[in-house]
Design a protein. Structure first.
Length: 593
């Protein structure tokens, strides 16, 4: 049972207004549920990743103009419903759901106005890889029954339609000069190449055939195996080959080599400014973000200098960077050692969680730490998190990148684990999903600035949890430094037209990182404009709100209650979070008075 405080700031309503409020709230509850169902029917992969099996055999062409028009119509329909409702009659919590839902519909419509579909592939968001992960049986697509296997077979039949649409969209992008940087698409070509096996039995799509559940009898196994071999050989692999060949022989000839940011595309500056708003839920301009990043880099450098004194390092900041980057004591000897170390640290952090969180606020769902799959590890980030399924059949997963151990120093484990697992993404996202009193769009939605801001804030809690030594603290500062650097280089790439070399040089001058990591991070920023800004902007806002509460409440301040106030409403825009914390502070002061 979740330990939830509800903050109210409205006077008690009379009987008539209470009845009206309840009626409108019930209408909205039905509206949210209908939207959730309509969205899952329109985009069934979202349902699968939520653990909803209703549409596990459906794979519509979500890149088609027809689909995009249907999505636009869906958003307009539900925004129109909201605009016919007077939100002032709602109780406080219901008004919050209304505000969030309306904000999301307006933002989705604004996003659909930009031609994302013309650049549908990059090395991070690559639907080719998504299909392979689903088909391997290691992701959200279930393979427990005969029906599960038949469901995926139906989906595989649709893959060639989608891959051809990707090609059509990229051709349309070439016509209007909206294309990706060549360096990113070269990564995509290599990713797809990894799936083009000579022997179908080596395909990731055949893995479920090698791992049949015992409950499936031999006749069905034989039928399914033959069906899968046919579909993979005649549909999936040719579709993958088609995209691979198109990229290699055609698209790369038109991909950009003289610019790397979205700001260089037609209407690109407006597009980037929208993406800043989308990812940070603020009205900060690119210039403001860039200047904030520069100031944060300077502050964190000073705190690292303090760590140098603590560990008695005699040398410059750059020399300390080189020492912590290159010295063998900070390198893992094997992938297995790295995994074991992360798992042990995660267990230690979990054991101390009640220092900062009420037991009732910890999620019931478990999680696992798994290595990033070989086919995507070269371009994947250091870590990522996939939330558990709603039905409890699949735990949360912290994917740890064990590729190129020289780029994965031991001092990084604390901050990365606290960010991705405990008390970061797993605690926040799994807890949110378990808040069954919330409408689905809040339970399963994610505001990047909130969730990633919380993840980065969580990295700073290691000392309070009692799990950080000096080098762990250094690792947390380096992780925070990376996010501050992102403010500088993301805006540098997309608003200021920085070259790839400028980005790599700025990273090398300001953080201890080898070339492989610099390249991976730089190309991530190129692929995902504005996304990297959410971490630091969100973290700064949460930290500022905590400092505001500590200053206002003094000895009354309890960090466990503060964390409860931050997490109890799920992932919400930063403006609404600020409103909530200010309301809580005012209520606490009123009670004290």
């Amino acid at each position: 049972m979740l330990f939830i405080f509800t903050i109210g700031c409205s006077p008690a309503p009379d009987r008539q207004s209470a009845h009206q409020s309840q009626a409108v709230a019930k209408l909205l509850e039905q509206t949210y549920a209908e939207y959730s169902e309509a969205l899952m029917a329109l985009e069934p992969l979202q349902a699968t990743f939520r653990g909803v099996s209703t549409y596990n055999n459906k794979l519509p062409n979500t890149f088609s103009p027809e689909h995009l028009q249907r999505r636009k119509m869906l958003e307009e329909e539900y925004l129109a419903i909201l605009n016919r409702i007077d939100p002032d009659v709602l109780a406080y919590d219901d008004r919050m759901s209304y505000d969030i839902f309306k904000y999301q519909r307006e933002m989705q419509l604004a996003r659909l106005a930009f031609p994302e579909e013309l650049i549908p592939l990059n090395q991070f968001y690559n639907v080719i890889n998504t299909f392979a992960m689903l088909g391997s049986g290691t992701s959200a697509q279930p393979f427990a029954t005969v029906q599960d296997y038949d469901n995926w077979a139906e989906r595989m039949r649709q893959i060639p339609i989608i891959t051809q649409q990707l090609i059509d969209n990229m051709n349309a992008g070439i016509d209007v000069e909206i294309v990706q940087p060549r360096v990113l698409m070269e990564r995509v070509v290599r990713q797809i190449d990894a799936h083009l096996v000579d022997d179908v039995s080596d395909s990731l799509f055949m893995r479920p055939i090698r791992e049949f559940p015992e409950t499936i009898d031999s006749d069905e196994r034989e039928r399914i195996a033959a069906l899968y071999e046919e579909l993979i050989t005649e549909a999936v692999l040719p579709a993958y080959q088609n995209v691979h060949d198109y990229l290699e022989r055609t698209y790369l000839n038109y991909a950009r080599t003289d610019s790397y940011g979205i700001g260089a595309l037609p209407n690109g500056q407006a597009w980037y400014q929208f993406l800043i708003r989308w990812h940070t839920t603020t009205d900060l301009t690119a210039r403001e973000v860039h200047e904030l990043g520069l100031s944060e880099v300077a502050r964190i450098h000073q705190e690292i200098t303090d760590i140098m004194a603590t560990v008695d390092f005699d040398g410059s900041l750059q020399e300390f960077f080189e020492f912590t980057r290159d010295d063998s004591q900070f390198h893992y000897s094997s992938r297995e050692e790295m995994l074991d170390d992360y798992r042990a640290f995660a267990a230690e952090a979990e054991g101390q969680a009640e220092r900062l969180f009420f037991p009732e606020m910890l999620p019931e769902a478990g999680y696992e730490i798994r290595p990033v799959e070989a086919f995507r590890e070269r371009s994947a980030s250091s870590g990522s998190y996939a939330r558990p399924s709603e039905d409890g059949s699949r735990p949360g997963v912290f994917y740890l990148n064990t590729y190129d151990l020289s780029a994965r120093p031991t001092w990084a484990k604390g901050a990365l684990t606290l960010h991705e697992a405990v008390p970061g993404h797993h605690y926040q996202l799994a807890l949110q999903q378990e808040m069954t009193h919330l409408p689905d769009f809040r339970r399963f939605g994610s505001v990047t600035a909130f969730s990633e801001g919380w993840g980065l804030y969580a990295e700073s809690l290691g000392e309070e949890l009692g799990v950080y030594g000096p080098y762990d603290q250094y690792g947390a500062l380096i992780a925070e430094l990376w996010r501050a650097i992102r403010l500088v280089v993301d805006t540098g790439i997309h608003a200021k037209g920085w070259s790839r070399e400028q980005v790599l040089d700025y990273m090398a001058d300001n953080a201890p990182v080898n070339e492989a990591r610099r390249i991976s991070e730089a190309e991530r920023f190129m692929a995902l404009p504005g996304q990297a800004l959410a971490y630091k902007i969100g973290q700064l806002r949460i930290r500022q709100l905590r400092e505001r509460a500590e200053s206002a409440l003094g000895e009354q301040f309890d960090v466990r209650v503060f964390h409860q106030q931050v997490l109890q409403h799920g992932s919400i825009p930063l403006s609404i979070l600020e409103r909530e914390i200010d309301s809580w502070i005012a209520k606490e002061l009123a009670h004290a008075g």
